[in-house]
Design a binder for this molecule. Structure first.
Ligand code: ADP
Ligand code: MG
Length: 685
């Protein structure tokens, strides 16, 4: 076995299982080592049957007082064990496992671990895992890794495979210079990789994580820094027309641009006329009006005889931008050519889009990552704007230069990060901030309530819809799952259809749906043919339906604050009063304190900095701050300190050895490139 051996080289992984692994992005032994757990669970303290409650995964103490019965149905054999404690009964079932009766001998006590259900007053467990008290005690204290899975691939199989790989003792080269490790007290690479999967205790996990988080930031920043140097020397070969071209357009807008929008537009125009190509970030909180700024910049390109492109992270958002642009073209009465190019389009539609790109040298092209595909050929592409993109997606310069173009680059982001962090993370870009939201906006009214308040919430939504408005309801899960607790989109949609009057259309949206279905649902919601949209966080980024005035978030405590802020930003996009209802289904003190921050303020920057203060260093389970998972482990908010250290270290090394030619820096460049490729693949870029 070697790092490059396919996963099928592991014992017990056949062709079928290999395909499942590949679905999760794991092809080789190296891949499985470097794909880290999503979270960790601890086994719960065992409870007696009388203390067990339905709806949760629990470890239940069961004394075998009567023998196991094996029932034969037509389809299978079912082993049944009846347990009792203080008048409370529980039925435990195992399907197709008659042999458990040999294990569960009379007079002995076992810990049965699984999902507890309640049917007609009787508690039951299906297929619980069987432990002796001694066995259970051995696992109880440990942290169990949980991996991102795909249907058919269980967490247990994943763990077992990984265990074998780790036991084979393969060594990954530790590329970090010894001095770096010493300065920041970082763990050895191979130790960190093994402990992140199977931590021996909490401290070991914390050490492992810190090393790997450092690596992520370090490699990312190193790569970005090297890219930046290449970009800075690129000459601006484009001749843009003067900005007064935009004046008649601004007069036709139904509103006045804010001072911040005007200032940022000005900064962009200055760059477009500058000696080097632009590399700029526009940071603006949700609803601050970045789209119109993008349109105007692209129109300036078009009027100057150049093509420009706007890239969105999702099909839904690309389609929406395209429509918005169509409306602007009509409103302004201007001549230009719009092209939509997304991955979900049919081959014929794409061909037509390519033709239009060949035909019109002033085209404004809007799309998803399909914009980067080989077949997309541009003609004098002078400006590329990415909206709400992953930091890793901003690598177009390379892609475009391969196509013989060197466009100006503009990145638009609503991620509310403090300036000190932005300067590090976006160190390769100049930064503009839209720090003002359009006037006439009423601040969103917020509340954090328990699940008992749901009926009131539904009643409130009903009234808002009667007044002609619309609502979003966000659930953390797509469908009911054994591995996770929380509301799911599919069942919740049904529940709401029951709870709301017949005339109200309720539909759902989630990331596992086909792209054309997603677009359909989103279009119907935008057209108010659907009044309530039950969704996962896929609506988190960028979507603009100003008529929606209610955002209800189920299991709000399970989301990061920045993510909740992004979700809330989907409402309050017009001059109508909007509301955000956060349902807190946990009784942990910390969660209500965290949610309270959102209750108090609508300012993304303030939320981000409050959140930094509230989080302790050990607090890294479960919740991720940014919903976008740009880094695999690292979280820019809670790992801000490590980010700073990695940034300092990149600077030190590059100052010392710009070419990375010293022996102690051997392999760094390769690893950084490798890391980038891996991330791009993981993020499907
Ligand atoms: P974001 O910055 O989150 O991308 P959008 O560009 O989608 O925000 O703008 C949100 C809404 O605000 C849109 O409906 C847009 O038409 C409107 N808008 C943009 N600028 C202004 C302004 N200066 N005054 C009033 N409304 C504006
Ligand atoms: Mg936007």
């Amino acid at each position: 076995m070697e790092i490059t051996t396919p996963v099928s080289g592991v014992k017990g992984v056949g062709a079928k299982t290999e395909q499942l692994f590949q679905k999760t992005g794991v092809y080789t032994i190296g891949d499985i080592l470097l794909r880290f757990p999503r979270e960790y669970t601890r086994f719960p303290e065992p409870v007696e049957i009388s203390g067990a409650s339905a709806g949760k995964k629990q470890a239940v103490i069961v004394r075998v007082e009567s023998p196991v019965i094996v029932k034969r149905t037509k389809a299978m054999q079912i082993a049944i064990l009846n347990g009792t404690h203080l008048d409370k009964k529980m039925e435990c079932l195992w399907f197709r496992m008659p042999y458990v009766r040999n294990t569960l001998t009379r007079g002995q006590t076992f810990i049965l671990y699984g999902n507890v259900q309640e049917k007609g007053g009787l508690l039951s467990m299906e297929q619980p895992v069987i432990y002796t008290p001694v066995q259970y005690e051995a696992v109880a204290g440990s942290l169990q890794p949980v991996y991102g899975l795909t249907s058919g691939l269980t967490n247990n199989l994943y763990k077992k495979t990984l265990r074998q790989v780790l036991d084979a003792g393969l060594l990954l080269p530790d590329y970090l210079p010894a001095q770096t490790k010493k300065t920041y007290g970082l763990a050895e690479y191979n130790y960190a990789v093994s402990q992140i999967h199977f931590p021996k205790d909490f401290d070991a996990l914390a050490d492992a994580r810190r090393r790997l988080v450092f690596d992520e930031f370090f490699l990312f920043l190193l790569y970005m820094q090297l890219q930046k140097e290449q970009g800075q020397t690129l000459e601006n070969i484009y001749q843009f027309r003067e900005e007064h071209l935009l004046t008649p357009l601004l007069e036709k807008l139904p509103y006045k641009l804010t001072g911040a929008q005007l200032r940022v537009l000005d900064e962009i125009i200055r760059d477009l006329h500058g000696p080097h190509i632009m590399q700029r970030l526009i940071q603006g909180d949700v609803g601050s009006g970045k789209t119109i700024v993008a349109f105007l910049a692209m129109y300036l390109a078009s009027a100057s005889g150049y093509q420009s492109a706007l890239m969105a992270p999702t099909e839904v958002l690309a389609a929406q931008h395209y429509e918005t642009f169509e409306q602007y073209v009509e409103l302004f009465g201007i001549k230009t050519h719009l092209v939509l190019l997304t991955g979900a389009m049919t081959a014929k539609q794409k061909r037509r889009a390519y033709e239009r790109m060949q035909l019109f040298d002033d085209a404004m092209i809007i799309g998803t990552h399909a914009l980067f595909q080989e077949k997309a050929v541009y003609d004098h592409l002078a400006l590329v704007i990415t909206d709400e993109q992953h930091r890793f997606g901003v690598r177009q310069r390379e892609t475009f230069s391969l196509k013989g173009e060197s466009p100006h680059i503009l990145v638009m982001s609503a991620t509310p990060i403090p300036r000190t962090l932005a300067i590090i993370l976006y160190g390769d870009l100049d930064i503009s901030v839209i720090d003002e939201v359009p006037a006439r906006r009423l601040p969103i009214k917020n509340c954090v309530v328990g699940s008992g308040w749901r009926p009131n919430a539904y009643e409130f939504i009903r009234k808002e819809i009667e007044a002609g408005h619309q609502a979003y309801v966000i659930c953390p899960l797509v469908e009911a799952s054994e591995n996770a607790e929380g509301e799911n989109v599919t069942d919740y949609c049904e529940k709401l259809r029951q709870a709301l009057p017949d005339g109200i259309q309720v539909d759902f949206l989630h990331g596992k749906m086909r792209s054309d279905m997603k677009n359909k649902v989103m279009e119907a919601f935008a057209a108010n043919e659907i009044q309530v949209l039950v969704s996962t966080t896929v609506v988190e980024v960028g979507v603009n339906v100003p008529n929606a005035t209610v955002m209800m978030i189920e299991d709000a405590q399970r989301f990061g604050l920045a993510q909740l802020h992004q979700l809330r930003g989907r409402v309050g996009r017009s001059d109508m009063q909007s509301y955000c209802i956060m349902i807190n289904t946990s009784d942990a003190k910390g969660s209500s304190k965290r949610l309270d921050v959102l209750n108090r303020t609508n300012d993304g920057f303030q939320i981000a900095s409050e959140d930094l203060k509230l989080r302790g260093p050990g607090d890294f389970f479960g919740i991720r701050q940014s919903g976008d998972m740009e880094f695999q482990l690292a979280d820019i908010y809670q790992d801000a300190r490590v980010l700073q250290q990695a940034s300092d270290e990149v600077k030190r090394i590059l100052d010392l050895d710009r070419a990375l030619a010293l022996p102690e820096h051997e392999g760094l460049l390769r690893k950084a490139q490798d890391y980038f490729e891996r991330q791009m693949e993981r993020l499907n870029l």
